[in-house]
Design a protein. Structure first.
Length: 189
């Protein structure tokens, strides 16, 4: 299997895991599963394997978004609020951790997204996380951008210079087309 086929397969596995979200769970009368052990909040990296691939979740930072808007990207506002309260957390905001994924396969070092680069919340710790994972920006061979929101591409450039000088940056054609069509973003691409 080629390098990119392995990366794609790993992405499909991660997407399938995402399909196990509360919205897609089947309702049963069985007892709820035990909660997944959380990574310590102070941890900046979390290493794991996806088959033969070595992967590392890299902490970039956190953002806090209001949960009480009339429309919520997370579903019905009342349901989201109830879910947050059931977990013992305040229901007025959603706390999100920004964690780009590093994938190592032989001599290829792929970074999936680059975090916010300090552009929002407490982001901007990606370089620290990379160092803790034993990787320098110059060692990254490829960057895969899932989509061009600030919390995914903000770490690509600092003070007008590419942060990952040897990496090939990859973005889907539909995402590239959407960026070029956006009047605010067209000058950047």
């Amino acid at each position: 299997m080629t390098f990119y086929a392995r990366i794609a397969a790993a992405g499909l596995i991660l997407a399938a895991l995402g399909a196990c979200s509360p919205e897609t769970e089947k309702k049963t009368t069985a007892q709820a599963p035990a909660p997944v052990p959380a990574v310590a909040p102070e941890a900046t990296i979390h290493a794991f394997r996806i088959g033969q691939l070595k992967a590392v979740a890299l902490k970039d930072g956190n953002i806090v978004l209001p949960a009480g808007a009339k429309e919520s990207p997370w579903g019905n506002v009342a349901d989201v609020s109830a879910l947050l309260r059931a977990q013992g957390v305040a229901d007025d905001s959603i706390h999100l951790s920004i964690q780009p994924l590093l994938v190592k396969d032989g001599d290829r070092i792929v970074l999936i997204d680059t975090g916010a680069g300090g552009g929002m919340g407490t982001e901007g710790r990606l370089q620290t996380s990379l160092r803790e994972a034993g990787v320098t920006p110059a060692q990254v061979t490829d960057i895969l951008i899932s989509h061009a929101h600030g919390d995914h591409v903000g770490g690509l450039v600092v003070n007008g210079a590419l942060v990952f000088p040897n990496a090939t940056i990859r973005l889907s054609i539909p995402e590239w087309t959407a960026l070029q069509a956006d009047a605010e973003m067209a000058d950047l691409v």
